[in-house]
Design a protein around this ligand. Structure first.
Ligand code: 3E9
Ligand code: MG
Ligand code: MG
Ligand code: MG
Ligand code: MG
Ligand code: MG
Length: 365
């Protein structure tokens, strides 16, 4: 059986980048997974071959190496939760029990000395991550990392209820869930910590900054859904993905669902570039840095997504692109028909960035 879909080159106006220490970081993360026994042996053997350290090196191409390593270990840990607890285990079908387990982990992150889960490998790994985050970041940054972990956990329990019931959420609910269950927001505090600054609340919590981060979550998770469709649709058991949502609720064929999802992410990618240009016109040096990191995060997820064995699955090859496109399939500046994100389109003045596709003025990241 060959691959069901051929994924075309994806529109990416962002240049690639990678930390020069990527190979050492990748090897170190594999060693961390072994040292902390993350996941069962079979899962761990897979995860250490997924170039997760390389991915982290693409997200933070010029970040402090120790923090790039924290991010790499944390992303591997997240897959220990997402694959190990949610997608490949019985617990992922029991949202109530999953909520209890995740709450205990949150307590460990918040108060590492708590007498809880003393011999649990994921808890022990989390204690290590928390200690390293506290070493490099402020109390406020550690607190925001825990809050972001909570919003990720909250969304995977929603997803677990769909898994239990075998249901597929509609596009609006799926979009809302996916802004969090791709674990994109838990990465954001590490973008600051890796460059040794703290974004001030009046800039970080400004609606336009928050929208830029949400757009990045959308693009990264839509790209993931497109690039992981092969892996996910071949898996045994329940899987949830925007292509499945579009097929189920919009009566599209797999190819039509792919074309629609690509158009959706292209339209958001265009809006993101315009918002980025708009924000940087008046941004502090810290906000400039933050937006540059978010932009690297988007491109890093793309470069890793087309190359990691996690998605190319060489034993049953996916038909993924090896290059990117300079041209969006949909450059409309009208809002997508997804109510939870419509507000993004109200943030960029109409005159900003309209001509960016015809110029090279988007490469400031
Ligand atoms: C992603 O969704 C699940 C996260 C827990 C993965 C950890 C990755 C990050 C924190 C960075 C964001 C990167 C992404 C979303 C690629 P899903 O669909 O379960 O991931 P999968 O790899 O199984 O397709
Ligand atoms: Mg490797
Ligand atoms: Mg998942
Ligand atoms: Mg998954
Ligand atoms: Mg996926
Ligand atoms: Mg840079």
């Amino acid at each position: 059986m060959g691959p069901e879909l051929t994924v075309p080159p994806i529109f990416s106006p962002i240049p690639p980048a990678i930390h020069p220490r990527h190979a050492a970081i990748d090897a170190q993360t594999a060693a961390w997974a072994e040292a902390f026994s993350i996941g069962n042996p079979e899962l761990r053997a897979r995860l250490v071959r997924h170039d997760i350290g390389t991915f982290s090196a693409m997200i933070l191409p010029d970040g402090q190496e120790e923090v790039v390593s924290i991010l790499a270990d944390f992303v591997l840990w997240l897959f220990g939760v997402d694959d190990g607890y949610c997608e490949e285990s019985d617990l992922g079908h029991r949202p109530g029990d999953l909520t209890a387990v995740l709450h205990r982990l949150l307590r460990v992150a918040q108060n590492p000395d708590t007498a809880l889960l003393a011999t649990d490998p994921l808890a022990t790994g989390l204690r290590d991550l928390r200690a390293r985050i506290s070493r490099h970041g402020t109390h406020g940054q550690a607190a925001r990392w825990i809050d972001a972990l909570r919003e990720y956990f909250f969304s995977v329990t929603w997803e677990a209820d769909h898994r239990r019931a075998g249901t597929v959420p509609d596009l609006n609910d799926y979009t809302l869930m996916r802004l969090y269950d791709g674990a994109t927001t838990v990465v954001l505090p590490l973008l600051e910590i890796a460059h040794g600054y703290e974004l001030q609340p009046h800039e970080r919590d400004h609606p336009a900054t928050r929208a830029a981060a949400e757009m990045a979550s959308f693009i990264i998770t839509w790209d993931n859904d497109i690039l992981s469709h092969h892996k996910e649709s071949r898996s045994r058991g329940y899987w949830l993905n925007v292509l499945r949502v579009l097929e189920h609720h919009h009566q599209l064929s797999p190819d039509e669902a792919l074309t629609t999802a690509v158009a959706q992410r292209d339209r958001v990618m265009c809006l993101y570039m315009r918002l980025h240009q708009h924000l940087t016109a008046h941004a502090s040096p810290q906000l400039h840095r933050y937006l540059a990191s978010i932009t690297h995060f988007i491109r890093g997820a793309q470069d890793w997504g087309i190359s990691s064995h996690r998605y190319t699955t060489p034993e049953d090859p996916a038909d993924l692109p090896t290059t990117f496109s300079d041209v969006p399939t949909d450059s409309s500046d009208q809002p997508l028909d997804i109510p939870v994100i419509t507000w993004w389109w109200s943030l960029v003045p109409e005159t900003v960035g309209r001509g960016y596709l015809e110029t090279s003025g988007t490469r400031e990241a």
